[in-house]
Design a protein around this ligand. Structure first.
Ligand SMILES: *[C@@H]1O[C@H](CO)[C@@H](O)[C@H](O)[C@H]1NC(C)=O
Ligand SMILES: *[C@@H]1O[C@H](CO)[C@@H](O)[C@H](O)[C@H]1NC(C)=O
Ligand SMILES: *[C@@H]1O[C@H](CO)[C@@H](O)[C@H](O)[C@H]1NC(C)=O
Length: 843
């Protein structure tokens, strides 16, 4: 440790000299403020509109707290029962042969497909944007499956203006409310105005003349205003934060209409067609801020929804949309090819390229913008004698805002702290600025105590997906700080980019830049380079921070105090007991225990049912947690170094060293030859709790093994590569086959294969390439790495081909999928895995 520190001390000295002689600080500062403003404005424009309601199949909103919320849903209208089968919110129980984005970039748009087996329909939508003016358009195309050309599909587009200034913000139809619907070929036009967009127009076209609307004999419609061959329009007023309920509102409107018909036409022999009963009509003469447009087609159909800002000179029109869509998809392809370099055997193979594009697109398509209050219990204490599960009682806090990816659009459509760091790993390869926008949004949520709720359930729409008992968050509960891992990696990329003119996109992996930041070179660039401004290309490529490192410095400086609070919160609230149990590791403070475990679960750790000490006790010490705190410390150290905080840098270096040593002292079992949790037996004597599997790998996974203890690597690699323990043909399983808890209980983290941990395993096998003591050990590590990488990709690919989905986990015996479907959260690390080198190379 002595060597590197003295080099750093020298660097600090040099920096001091440089700063004191720098002459043009004033102009640099001005340039700098301009760059920051330019970047913020360009980013707000670039990311303004998006499918930021990933819980809905098609849900569009801007990154603004209260504004225009839109969506589209569909159903087969040949049967009344289908009113309960509306395709609106992503639902994994629906019979789809997959759905989601085939190509998508939040900066430009993309294409989404829904393969609806039950309704025998393939629906394809294209979303495009004009970033400069803030226009967007959605093209909707339907193709019935062969033999179902006469099935009727009803599609409902809704859009509602939410507003804090309802007297001035308006959205109305340009034609009043036509009672009998609109004729074929007629567009619906809505006109609006608010402070964010000025005046704007939304046009819902009727599509090309080849469209066929469902038509039925008039005697089957009871009321001529219910002709399904017309486009139906209705608006009504709903309070703020209720537009998302559009589906429910639609159902109620239809039910009311049907009740009225039953009253008016009591003759049971009348047999009206469901296609007419399921049409919207405005019984009450409503008008308001939420607007519905309904169309019912048979055969192939296509129509557009076009949002144009009035002052824009480059408005979208149905006629120029085809070209724009094709351009958008081409742009995505070229950005993907520039950024994601798949490695053999996946390189230049069409099927793998398509696979990787879809996975990445779905990860990006899972990004949402959430705004609202959440429920927090700041009172309840966990009982550390009984360890009984307590029911938290929430009080509303907020509102807060979060821009985040999500684990699964069908099952977990909201922000999760520990998942997010993993989501950002493939994203960082594709668009660094976007990744930083998401990190910033999360870091904004750090409260004054340094806490971030591990699950972000903001607002009613998000809450509607979560059972009440899970809605409340406790500020005593932590969760693995994966975001720090990404922030560190991001800083290193920027630092590395300043060090070379070479193509920066080639920094593919987190692990490629494990070396510490070269502060001197970094600082040279950030203080002396005169800046030429942010270009559209920088924004599109998500490379503004690479091209303008001072942007990164600026943010790092701004967020540093908050990150410090976050870090101290972890270290103080999750501390473990040493003195009380007469434990004497080399250093007297570094030991940690997750708060909030029960007899069966340790939810804070993220590995919910992984076996821990059989009886919870305040004596427990958790090896995964101390490793996470080690990562946080390392990240804080790198940031402090970048910001010239020498005292802080020294302090973090010291803690890092202490943690690594204490991991050895407290958690390595010489008998079991693995890292273990610690607790006490009936006589209060220390005992190891060694359940071999993911938890015992953490010091390795998070690169917390001290240089003097590299001999432990042998046992770790052997554990991973042994099929009797962790190795399988589908990836590395979570718990050893030899363990008595293997495949017991919920079997959530007690055998299945998880991609987030498998990614860390590959990354660490690679990281330690030059540290394997013997050629034999290196060969074993190399073989395990090479095969596991192939196994992971091949198995996910196979099931994706078959079912159309990625999954939450996979069975360790036969590779079959388990858990939540459409899990393009951290399972999308497959993209990063495909971009890792094929095998290990020693130097
Ligand atoms: C867009 O691309 C598709 C497929 O390559 C092609 O069939 C179509 O004609 C193109 N449309 C326009 C307007 O260029
Ligand atoms: C490595 O780990 C062992 C066991 O925890 C510990 O006693 C020792 O101090 C560490 N360092 C070396 C050089 O073995
Ligand atoms: C690593 O393993 C791969 C696959 O088994 C092999 O092709 C490669 O030669 C090995 N690398 C070294 C340096 O031995």
């Amino acid at each position: 440790m002595v060597g590197p520190i003295s080099t750093v001390a020298l660097t600090f000295l040099l920096l001091l000299l440089q700063i004191s002689t720098a002459g043009s600080i004033a102009t640099n500062e001005q340039d700098h403020d301009n760059i920051v403003n330019e970047y913020n404005q360009a980013t707000d424009k670039s990311l303004l509109w998006g499918p930021y309601r990933p819980n809905a199949y098609i849900g569009i909103r801007p990154r603004l707290d209260r504004s225009l919320i839109s969506g589209l849903f569909w159903f087969n209208s040949d049967s009344m029962d289908n009113l309960n089968k509306i395709r609106h919110y992503c639902d994994q129980s629906l019979d789809f042969q997959g759905f989601g984005w085939e190509r998508y970039d939040p900066r430009i748009g993309g294409e989404q497909v829904f393969k609806d087996n039950e309704f025998k329909l393939d629906l394809r939508t294209y979303f495009v944007k004009n970033q400069e003016d803030g226009n967007w358009a959605l093209r909707v195309k339907g193709t019935p499956r062969a033999g179902f050309e006469n099935s009727a599909t009803s599609l409902v587009f809704y859009t509602g203006l939410e507003s804090d200034d309802p007297d001035n913000d308006i959205l109305l139809s340009s034609f009043g409310t036509p009672k009998n619907g609109l004729d074929k070929g007629e567009s619906v036009k809505l006109l609006g105005s608010n402070s964010a967009f000025g005046e704007f127009e939304i046009e819902i076209t009727d599509g090309p003349t080849t469209n066929k609307h469902k038509s039925i004999p008039s005697k089957q419609m009871l009321d001529s205003s219910l002709d399904p061959s017309k486009t139906h329009y209705l608006s009504l007023r709903v309070p703020n934060d209720n537009v998302w309920r559009a589906e429910e509102i639609f159902q109620v409107l239809i039910q009311e209409s049907v009740q009225k018909l039953v009253q008016d036409f009591p003759d049971p022999k009348l047999n009206p067609d469901s296609n007419s009963l399921l049409q919207l009509r405005d019984l009450q003469g409503f008008e308001g801020n939420l607007h519905f447009v309904q169309k019912t087609f048979v055969g192939e159909f296509e129509f557009d929804i076009i949002f144009n800002v009035e002052k824009s000179e480059d408005k979208f029109q149905a006629e120029n949309l085809g070209v724009k869509i094709n351009d958008t998809l081409k742009q995505f392809d070229s950005k993907f090819n520039n950024k994601i370099k798949l490695q053999p055997p996946f390189q230049n193979v069409d099927k793998y390229e398509k696979f990787a594009k879809e996975i990445l697109s779905n990860l990006l398509g899972g990004i949402g913008y959430y705004h609202g209050d959440h429920l927090v219990d700041r009172e309840s204490e966990f009982n550390e004698e009984t360890y009984e599960k307590i029911q938290l009682k929430g009080e509303s806090e907020g509102p807060f805002t979060l821009f985040t990816a999500s684990p699964s659009r069908t099952f977990f459509p909201r922000g999760f702290y520990w998942d997010e760091g993993f989501h950002l790993i493939p994203m960082l390869q594709y668009d660094m600025d976007l990744t930083l926008e998401i990190l910033k949004s999360w870091f904004d949520l750090i409260d004054e105590d340094g806490w971030i709720a591990r699950e972000q359930i903001l607002g009613e729409e998000a809450r509607s997906k979560v059972p009440t008992e899970f809605q409340v968050q406790s500020p005593k509960i932590a969760n693995p700080p994966t975001l720090m891992l990404v922030f560190e990696s991001l800083l290193k990329r920027v630092a590395a980019a300043t060090d070379t003119d070479a193509d920066t996109a080639s920094f593919n992996q987190l692990g490629d830049i494990d070396s510490p930041i070269d502060v001197e070179k970094f600082d040279d660039i950030t203080t002396t380079k005169t800046d030429s401004g942010i270009s559209q290309t920088d924004i599109f490529n998500g490379e503004s921070h690479l091209k303008h490192p001072q942007l990164m410095m600026d943010y790092a400086r701004e967020i540093y105090p908050k990150l410090q609070t976050h870090y101290e919160w972890f270290r103080t609230t999750q501390r473990g007991e040493l003195e009380e149990f007469e434990r004497e590791p080399t250093y007297p403070t570094e030991a940690y225990r997750w708060r909030g475990r029960t007899f069966t679960h340790c939810l804070p750790s993220g590995l919910d049912d992984y076996p821990r000490a059989p009886i919870p006790d305040i004596a427990e010490l958790n090896v995964d947690l101390i490793s996470w705190i080690g990562v946080m410390t390392r990240s804080m150290k790198e940031i402090a170094k970048l910001l010239d905080m020498e005292d802080d840098y020294q302090r973090y270096s010291r803690i890092e060293k202490e943690i690594m040593q204490n991991i050895q002292d407290l958690h390595w079992s010489d008998k079991e030859k693995t890292y273990c949790d610690v607790s006490v037996d009936g006589n209060d004597e220390d005992m190891f709790v060694c359940n071999k599997g993911y938890i015992s790998l953490f010091p390795f996974l998070l690169k917390q093994i001290d240089a003097s203890n590299l001999s432990n690597l042998k046992h770790i690699v052997e554990l991973i590569s042994n099929p009797k323990e962790l190795f399988t043909n589908y990836g590395i399983r979570s718990l050893s086959r030899q363990n008595k808890f293997y495949k017991t209980g919920e079997d959530y983290w007690r055998s299945p294969i998880w991609y987030n941990i498998n990614y860390l395993i590959l990354d660490s096998l690679k990281h330690y390439t030059n540290d394997y003591a013997t050629e034999e050990l290196f060969q074993l590590a190399n073989k395990t790495y090479t095969q596991t990488r192939l196994n992971l990709v091949n198995n996910a690919f196979k099931h994706w081909k078959k079912t159309g989905y990625l999954y939450e986990q996979y069975n360790d015996v036969n590779g079959s999928p388990k858990g939540a479907k459409h899990f393009t959260g951290w399972t999308s690390l497959i993209v990063s895995i495909m971009a890792m080198p094929e095998s290990l190379v020693r130097n």
